[in-house]
Design a protein around this ligand. Structure first.
Ligand code: IDP
Ligand code: MG
Length: 168
């Protein structure tokens, strides 16, 4: 198996509970390389894009509130790209099953996740589940200049009348 890249998000509950260090330590057991990392304030648009495949699920509105930080009063997440052999499976294994009550107790979700009274799985981390999802998610969360490995083809764009904040 050749090298793979996978997206990890430490969700707002992970930051609120100061679990970032614990989770990164657990993930370092994989011996994978971190090739991109940042703290992100998740807006509605990014949340909807990220969870587009779940938009018909009954828990979708709650899920959007969760990832945008509205459930925790914590609008930060940490986004990371892990790279190496079997990265997707290795990271999913340490993350644990989607349902934190069914997850292996020593996995991140098993150790730190819970089910809210609304039924939402508050499970601390996101991890891409297959190569095509990983590619879609990495392109959504990171630009080519934020990653230290050339993962996908790029083009050079000249952006005119493109507004963004810069330092004064
Ligand atoms: P995954 O995060 O293990 O890949 P997905 O099916 O992609 O699972 O779901 C995305 C997120 O939506 C989960 O991590 C969890 O927070 C939430 N979720 C998924 N399925 C359920 C469910 O059946 N009930 C409540 N929340 C769910
Ligand atoms: Mg998923």
């Amino acid at each position: 198996m050749t090298n793979q890249a996978t997206l990890v998000i430490i969700k707002p509950d992970g930051l609120k509970k100061s679990l970032t260090g614990n989770i990164l330590s657990r993930l370092s057991e994989t011996k994978l390389k971190i090739i991109g990392a940042k703290i992100v304030k998740v807006n509605e648009h990014l949340a909807q894009q990220h969870y587009q495949h779940l938009r018909d699920k009954p828990f979708y509105p709650e899920l959007i509130k969760y990832i945008t930080g509205k459930l925790h009063g914590e609008n930060r997440v940490m986004a990371l790209i892990y790279f190496g052999k079997d990265a997707i499976t290795k990271v999913r294994q340490i993350s644990g099953a989607t349902n934190p009550e069914e997850a292996d107790p020593v996995s991140v979700r098993g150790a730190y996740g819970r089910i809210l009274t609304t039924g939402l799985y508050e499970n601390v981390v996101h991890a891409s589940s297959d190569p095509s999802e990983a590619q879609r998610e990495i392109k959504l969360w990171f630009g080519p200049e934020e990653i230290t490995v050339d993962l996908y083809p790029v083009k050079v764009a000249t952006l005119r009348s493109f507004k963004r904040k810069v330092w004064k």
